[in-house]
Design a protein. Structure first.
Length: 410
């Protein structure tokens, strides 16, 4: 009988022991996979953050939420800030304002107003694409800016994924605030441009002009339901500043207005710190879980080995070599590991959506922040290796036994 057949026969003969071994290891696999996938998904934020400003002005909130809401398309619908503040900041940009020391080089409007499928539609203007030097511009792969009513520019991913081309009309659903639950009439926009690939959130976004965005609010909601500023609102301003102008700009926005300014590099550093702490903790817990699973297998295998001493001695007496017994135990470890990984992967797939929903803003919800079950492959490899090592422990003990002494127990 081959070592593989011996392994299968032995595992199926001890069904209850095998079941609990597989169950305990599969739970370890699922738990470790959930932690690993959560960590990878969290880190995707750093790779996909939109490039395009030194600072962001938004309604008063935590800095990281403003960062992710504006430059990573995450979270609920953000609160509004007055358009009049944007206009005054633009005067500062051109040196026409009262506080010329604010050091503003460019201020870019930003207003969410719709969704095409799950992609967010943003109202802005040409300054979003034409950046002050030395910042690089956002180039168009095809077409031009959506300067006229009912026009839109789309990101490269949307063009490829949804097979949208210049001149096509797309159907957009209004997205006008987190408190509005009723359905609004859909509207159509004509695609006039497709952005070059940026490998950021902008590849998954659509852009129209601010007037178009504010008109959608005007067509669907009473002014009183928008804000105290009526339809003249934005969600964010993206700002480029001169070096050393942080304090004047902070004083201007935070102390003299209803809004709040955050600095992109500073908030990214905070986010990296949070992710680093989570990584270290997650890695430690993952290792502990895998170690626990390996110890469970080791205990089960060693306990079972005590009951198999005579069986192993008989196999040696009738001619089985030590190498064949080692292969048998190795196959048991492989079979236990593979079966447990399959069951753990199933648990992982079932539980991950619930985990993501429970964590909320702890994990990105954007369409580009995806996680697949195959990201858990390192966990599976480690698990199979651990079960093989655990299954091999009885063989080490077996080598210390005297076959003749074991046979006397018959």
């Amino acid at each position: 009988m081959t070592p593989l057949r011996l392994a299968i026969l032995n595992l199926t003969r001890r069904k209850l022991t095998t079941f609990f071994a597989v169950l305990s290891i599969s739970i370890s696999v699922a738990s470790s996979g959930l932690l690993l996938r959560s960590y990878i998904l969290s880190n995707s934020r750093l790779a996909t953050l939109g490039k395009g400003c030194d600072a962001v002005v938004g309604a008063k909130n935590s800095g990281i939420e403003i960062l992710l809401g504006s430059l990573n398309g995450e979270g609920d619908f953000p609160d509004f800030v007055p358009y009049a503040l944007f206009e005054s900041l633009r005067k500062e940009q051109h040196g026409e304002g009262v506080y010329v020391s604010s050091g503003i080089k460019s201020v870019i409007p930003f207003l969410y107003f719709g969704k095409f499928k799950n992609y967010r539609v943003i109202g802005t203007d040409e300054s979003f694409f034409k950046r002050p030097q030395p910042a690089p511009d956002l180039d168009f792969a095809q077409g031009t800016w959506a300067a006229n009513p009912d026009e839109v520019v789309i990101g490269s991913y949307i063009a490829d994924k949804e097979n949208v081309r210049i001149g096509d009309y797309i159907t957009v659903s209004p997205w006008l605030g987190k408190s509005e639950e009723r359905k609004f009439p859909e509207f159509k926009l004509k695609v006039t441009g497709i952005l070059d690939r940026t490998k950021t959130v902008w590849d998954y976004s659509l852009f129209s002009n601010v007037k178009q965005a504010q008109d959608i609010y005007r067509q669907n909601l009473d002014s009183a339901k928008i804000s105290i500023w009526g339809y003249n609102v934005l969600n964010y301003f993206l700002i480029y500043t001169d070096f050393g102008s942080r304090k004047p700009l902070t004083d201007l926005i935070n102390k003299r207005t209803v809004a709040q300014v955050i600095y992109v590099n500073e908030e990214i550093s905070k986010l990296e710190g949070l992710l680093s702490s989570g990584k270290n903790l997650g890695l430690f817990i993952t290792l502990m879980i895998i170690l626990l699973g390996g110890l469970v297998v080791s205990v089960l295998m060693i306990t079972r080995f005590d009951a198999m001493k005579i069986q192993l001695a008989v196999l040696r007496a009738i001619g089985y070599k030590k190498g064949e017994i080692a292969k048998w135990l190795l196959w048991e470890g492989i079979l236990l590991g593979v079966t447990s990984c399959l069951a753990g992967a199933l648990f992982d797939m079932m539980l991950f959506p619930a985990l993501k929903g429970a964590i909320g803003m702890g994990l990105p919800e954007t369409v580009f922040a995806s996680s697949t079950i195959f990201q858990s492959i390192p966990i599976w490899i480690i698990t199979i290796a651990a079960t093989c090592i655990a299954a091999y422990i009885p063989f080490v003990i077996f080598n210390t036994l005297n076959v003749h002494d074991s046979l006397r127990g018959l």
